[in-house]
Design a protein around this ligand. Sequence first.
Ligand SMILES: CC(C)(COP(=O)(O)OP(=O)(O)OC[C@H]1O[C@@H](n2cnc3c(N)ncnc32)[C@H](O)[C@@H]1OP(=O)(O)O)[C@@H](O)C(=O)NCCC(=O)NCCS
Length: 173
Amino acid sequence: MTPRVLLSAPEDRSRIREIILHSDLFKPSDADCVDEMFSLAQDKPTPDNYRFLSCWLDGTMTGFACYGWESLTQGTWDLFWVCTLPKWRGRGVGGALLCEAIRTAADEGGRLMVVYTSGTPAYAAARRLYQAHQFVHTATVAEYYHAGDDLYIYSRKLREAAKTYEPENGGER
Ligand SMILES: CC(C)(COP(=O)(O)OP(=O)(O)OC[C@H]1O[C@@H](n2cnc3c(N)ncnc32)[C@H](O)[C@@H]1OP(=O)(O)O)[C@@H](O)C(=O)NCCC(=O)NCCS
């Protein structure tokens, strides 16, 4: 089956938390952070708030993404989180989430999408995902997260993206 990406529904909140907690990467404090972002997004679903997408495959919510417009900019969007449950990785879930985030940002006039990640081996799959979707490694901030853990900044121009991707029209979970 093909992954289906939908706007996250209120009932996805606990599933998103579980995805973070079972990511084999993130900490419980990260789950708290995402949960707070989700709550803010649900309470005030305005264009300048966080956006959440849920990805469904074979009747299971397998991943999510969180992104949004960066308020101090004109047309720059940030991808804050993207995560797939480990046993569903390598089936296009991360790519489908990224494509939909790129498409909606471009449709709303976004110029640029930026993502921060780590340069450590644990984030190699994330870096490959971004590069596979035309993100360019734009900058490195040495030892940003902690000693030996650099910040990698990727960015992608969005001008052409609106034409590249077909919209998701919702559908069955
Ligand atoms: C990064 C991450 C989100 C990628 O998710 P994913 O669902 O595995 O992503 P995809 O399936 O779209 O792509 C992963 C790989 O599977 C391949 N793939 C995609 N669809 C496929 C399919 N149908 N059949 C076979 N391979 C496929 C992709 O080409 C890609 O290969 P590569 O890693 O060799 O380049 C996931 O690894 C993850 O959750 N990591 C932990 C959290 C994280 O690092 N998040 C980012 C930082 S916030």
